[in-house]
Design a protein around this ligand. Sequence first.
Ligand SMILES: *Cc1c(COP(=O)(O)O)cnc(C)c1O
Length: 433
Amino acid sequence: MVSTTNLKTTKSEEIFDAAQKLMPGGVSSPVRAFKSVGGQPIVFDRVKGAYIWDVDGNQYIDYVGTWGPAICGHAHPEVISALHDALEKGTSFGAPSVLENVMAEMVIDAVPSIEMVRFVNSGTEACMAVLRLMRAFTGRDKLIKFEGCYHGHADMFLVKAGSGVATLGLPDSPGVPKSVTSNTLTAPFNDLEAVKALFAENPDQIAGVILEPVVGNAGFIPPDAGFLEGLRLITQENGALLVFDEVMTGFRIAYGGAQEKFGITPDLTTLGKIIGGGLPVGAYGGRRDIMSMVAPAGPMYQAGTLSGNPLAMTAGIKTLELLQKPGTYEQLDKITKKLANGLLQIARETGNAACGGYISAMFGMFFTAGPVHNYEDAKKSDLSKFSRFHRGMLERGIYLAPSQFEAGFTSLAHTDSDIDRTLSAARDVMSSL
Ligand SMILES: *Cc1c(COP(=O)(O)O)cnc(C)c1O
């Protein structure tokens, strides 16, 4: 545990310097590079439970959880042991395996909207495929997404796409043809009137609406009362599909995701992160009549060499089994509540304008008085204050996502005393922001 502000990260710096010559920005995914908070990223050596260790031997309490999958804690012994057994049987079959049936049944049992499911290799891939399916099923090309929501990096979603893009200050990405995004309509999150207007302006042209039912990629932004219900109604009235991107929220804010938590059933759902238990995975699923269009049952083509691979299925199955134990979500709620409320209270007591909240194992805090209902509101946050907060916490052994526009994650491995240590670090840092 780092208890002083003299964090020694010599080896991290050496490795990251070398990485920058080898890989663009030194990373395999942009937000990891700490661009928005400044300073160099920490190079990890190993992870276990609620903790990570860097290459210099510093230990941190982790609230990133490899961006979501580590809800049972990193390297859970039961997941590791199941993976050892699976490894002996080979790493990829490229053919049917019973593990896919087991995993599919678990997903279908858990997620209200899912009657059939297709496994892929990432959340990006799941969202790409679900959009093709929305278009194939409705025979319409247009799509509504919300400002600040991230649905992976496929061309047609790279419009007002949240954290990574926001953090880098890129409104869009070069290389995305206008012709591809011209069918992507955007509305502010929590704004039903804007959605209604888009439907009115584009009659019979909109295939559907996709959203993060609880936003995590513009910071943590929950839906206002009535927003999800409203979207369900508007899409139905217009013969369009409603798609929940639950890559982040699935099995995190409830076992059955946001759709279980809020009691709104979309037509289609994308999943990822937790269902891979730390291995690369994604999935999309939904109504049987819609999913029956997917090849080879139907004409909508989508395929994958490593899809449904036995290691990802094994880690996913074991992770969901662990989450099924009684009291799991109560425990996640209790820990996260203590953390999220504690942070807000400390902000108040130290005179820092802040707002935020939590649902189950997902939380967030913006350095603005708020309230934050959408991405425009979130952007009012004091980003330089967040950077100082992030650095201060890092120096005290607390690893937070390196962007104001990311949600935080807790896990079953986080203990009361981890939260106490986190809050005492936060008090220390916020007193001198
Ligand atoms: C992480 C994420 C994705 C992309 O998943 P990858 O596995 O990183 O491709 C898509 N949608 C949401 C809501 C996400 O949080």
